[in-house]
Design a protein around this ligand. Structure first.
Ligand SMILES: Nc1ncnc2c1ncn2[C@@H]1O[C@H](COP(=O)(O)OP(=O)(O)OP(=O)(O)O)[C@@H](O)[C@H]1O
Ligand SMILES: [Mg+2]
Length: 134
């Protein structure tokens, strides 16, 4: 099952839908892994029942290992936590992700414009997309 849930508006149910889709998948007998990449860690809370510091560092721990590099980075694996639900596992997010985000973003990047074939550089100051100068 492949589903993408996105909406820029906050609090409209994105995390709830993702958790419910994961739960439906697990209930149908599929081994299911939900990966929470949101520093708010709401999906981690919804599926584990844990809050704040009780939520494992999860994916943030993995990113730290990768960013620090070294021999252990190649062997780094995101820690998978079980949930109370059969077939459903979780890689948790945590507030630590917010500090890691700037380190994980490349200093320059570009993406394809959704409605055309030209490529557009992204400004470093925010989410505004400006055409590349010729
Ligand atoms: N169908 C629904 N009916 C009523 N309340 C809902 C429904 N879906 C989600 N909620 C509630 O709305 C709140 C926000 O839901 P959720 O965390 O899924 O939103 P979100 O879009 O992921 O938010 P954010 O943008 O902050 O990540 C939660 O308290 C959740 O329990
Ligand atoms: Mg959310």
């Amino acid at each position: 099952m492949r589903r993408v849930v996105f909406n820029q508006k906050g609090g409209v149910g994105k995390s709830s839908i993702a958790c419910n889709l994961a739960a439906i998948s697990a209930a149908q007998g599929y081994r299911t892994l939900l990966i929470d990449l949101d520093a708010q860690a709401n999906s981690s809370h919804y599926l584990s029942g844990k809050l704040g510091d009780d939520i494992p560092l999860g994916i943030a721990e993995f990113f730290v290992q990768v960013l620090e590099g070294g021999a252990s980075a190649r062997k780094a694996r995101p820690p998978i936590s079980p949930t109370p639900f059969a077939n459903l596992d979780l890689i948790t997010a945590s507030p630590a992700l917010a500090d890691l985000q700037p380190k994980l973003e490349p200093s320059t990047r570009s993406t394809s414009c959704a409605n055309c074939s030209r490529r557009w550089p992204r400004t470093t100051s925010g989410s505004t997309w400006i055409p590349r100068q010729r």
